[in-house]
Design a binder for this molecule. Structure first.
Ligand SMILES: *Cc1c(COP(=O)(O)O)cnc(C)c1O
Length: 574
């Protein structure tokens, strides 16, 4: 293993479907960054927390009401426990922390270690032991204690492991921003008293931050009184002395922005939105990408192996997919669709028709994502479906346990399904995870995305679809603004409709009726050409190899220290 020079720190990292320490897009992206680094032999190590009960296991009752259970998974069989035990002060007592390692292996055998911090040790009190039980569970104190563990624990862990060459700490979202406090201790010039702005300037040289949240309400904020209890006087004094806290609260995004030499958003549009939200910060944009080897189904991997043999090492070769004969593409997709149909049959007992046009939509069930928008006018949808021999829709996605609107959205989808059966056959698969993500994005005929703009920072599931020649049908938001070539890589739901649900649904129905279903049912080569275009234009660009290359050049390289022009003590608005 190479000595890592970049530490990638994330509240969740999806290293494998059976390591249930992730909830969704943020963790999957983190996993894809790590997998791309392993492929490239890039000297990186990653740190996250070990959630013994995962996020949660979702089940739906007959009415579509979501139920949650702990998600137990095999730790010992998949992760290696390391010897050092760390001691991290949290809420006035010392918490003992164990580290576990998962080795992510790249195409050429290079390894990126992912370290999982675990507080479930006998010497800890019950509250401390439960700190690494569940992802995104608990109250504000639980959350701040977890973020303290992640931030302060990361610096301690990498030190204990002898990773002394770490030059850059990459905070993936604000959850890990408390690592700044540990670094201030390490880089301070005077042995006593609070740190000074020069110390912060030194810390900034080592920090890079990726923001993922386009709405102010989505950024983690904690009461400073609570921070005082959890972090202790020294850390809170440091926060105040360096203007890293806002009046009476601690905003993790602001902390990360003020303490990083380079900040980026995750798509070009999200960069614009973030610059408007934080007018004093210089926010770059590095659009997300997905890991080709992970998200390409077996039939498409075989197709690429035949035509573009080095595609795993060099994702740019996918540009040449434009020369792949359409019948071979059709055959690979038929196999991927068959695999999805088998998986759905096994999980739900419902048998989908391989010849029917199948829309896929799986994403977190929350209001702004509007997962049920296509069901807004069920009579019109059924009438369109009848014109073209029927359609099928496969839905998936979990709602956060306290997101009642999200849960209601799932109930709505499950509730309207029986009345539509025959014309529009609807399946809602339970417990959406990486394995379902791979099956759905490769086996659907089109990937549907209807969030309310500009809430979708990037989105990555449509990129997975592109890896498998599945076109997108999406509103203009997130990455799709960059990936949309009308009738070439997919279809866009009228950009001018904004957030108006009714007009967006109307545009969606019109596209299905006038353009997409006619192509699919009567001009199959035209449809196959769009599938091929999705690979050549989008899979070749929206991949994790390109994303990592951009991070390496723009964010990790030493010259990127010049790009953040704000003085360290400048107060950020927002
Ligand atoms: C890819 C993926 C996501 C993120 O996709 P979005 O388009 O951002 O919704 C979320 N959850 C799982 C399980 C995934 O595989």
């Amino acid at each position: 293993m190479k000595q890592p020079v970049v530490a990638y720190v994330s509240m969740e990292i999806a290293v494998a479907p059976t390591v249930a320490t992730y909830s969704g897009g943020l963790g999957v992206l983190a996993g894809d960054v790590v997998r791309a680094a392993a492929d490239a032999g890039y000297p990186m190590a990653a740190v996250t927390l070990l959630y013994r009960e995962g996020y949660f296991r979702q089940s739906l009752d007959a009415g579509g009401l979501q139920h949650e259970e702990p998600q137990r998974w095999q730790i010992d069989a998949q992760l290696e426990q390391l010897a050092p035990v760390l001691t991290i002060p949290i809420s006035g007592r010392d918490v003992a922390v164990t580290m576990w390692r998962y080795s992510v292996r790249g195409v050429d055998g290079d390894v990126v270690p992912v370290y999982f911090l675990d507080t479930d040790r006998p010497e800890n009190d019950e509250a401390a032991r439960s700190l690494t039980r569940a992802l995104y569970g608990g109250d504000a104190r639980y959350r701040l204690e977890q973020e303290t563990l992640l931030g302060v624990g990361t610096v301690a862990a990498l030190e204990a492991l002898g990773h002394e060459q770490i030059a850059t700490y990459h905070m993936n979202e604000g959850h890990s921003a408390l690592l700044v406090l540990a670094l201030l201790e390490r880089f301070r010039s005077a042995p006593h008293g609070p740190p000074v702005f020069d110390d912060l300037a030194r810390v900034r040289e080592h920090c890079v931050f990726t923001t993922h949240t386009p709405v102010p309400a989505g950024h983690d904020r904690f009461d400073l009184d609570l921070a005082q209890e959890v972090l202790g006087t020294d850390y809170v004094t440091a926060l105040r002395a360096l203007d890293l806290a806002d009046h009476d609260h601690l905003n993790m995004t602001h902390l990360a922005l003020r303490a990083s030499r380079f900040t980026n958003a995750v798509a070009l549009k999200h960069g614009e939105v973030s610059r408007a939200m934080f007018p004093h910060a210089k926010v770059h944009a590095i659009t997300n990408g997905v890991h080709g080897g992970t998200w390409t189904s077996a039939p498409f991997a075989a197709l690429y192996d035949r035509h573009l043999p080095d595609w795993r090492r060099d994702n740019w070769q996918l540009r040449q997919a434009i020369g792949i004969p359409l019948p071979e593409l059709a055959d690979a997709h038929a196999q991927a669709k068959h695999a999805l149909i088998e998986r759905v049959a096994h999980a739900t007992g419902k048998l989908l028709d391989p010849n029917r046009f199948t829309l896929g939509l799986a994403r977190r069930a929350t209001a702004y994502k509007r997962n049920d928008l296509i069901l807004r006018d069920t009579e019109r949808l059924a009438a369109i479906a009848r014109l073209f021999g029927g359609i099928q829709i496969v839905f998936g996605g979990k709602a956060h346990p306290r997101d009642w609107d999200g849960k209601g959205m799932i109930q709505h989808i499950v509730g309207v399904a029986p009345a539509l059966a025959g014309n529009v056959d609807i399946v809602y698969v339970e417990d959406y995870d990486m394995a379902w993500g791979a099956a759905l994005t490769s086996g659907s005929d089109i990937w549907l995305n209807t969030p309310r703009p500009p809430n979708e920072a990037s989105g990555t599931s449509g990129m997975k679809a592109a890896m498998n020649g599945v076109p997108s049908l999406s509103v203009m938001d997130g990455w799709w603004i960059e990936g949309a070539l009308e009738g070439v890589t997919g279809w866009s739901i009228d950009a001018t409709t904004g957030s108006d649900d009714e007009r967006t649904a109307d545009a969606l129905y019109t596209l299905l009726q006038q353009t997409i279903l006619p192509a699919y049912t009567r001009d199959r080569n035209c449809y196959l050409e769009v599938m091929r275009g999705a690979i050549a234009f989008n899979a070749s660009h929206f991949n994790a190899q390109r994303m990592l290359a951009q991070y390496a050049i723009e964010a990790y390289a030493p010259s990127s220290t010049q790009t953040q022009t704000e003085p360290a003590d400048h107060r950020l608005a927002g």
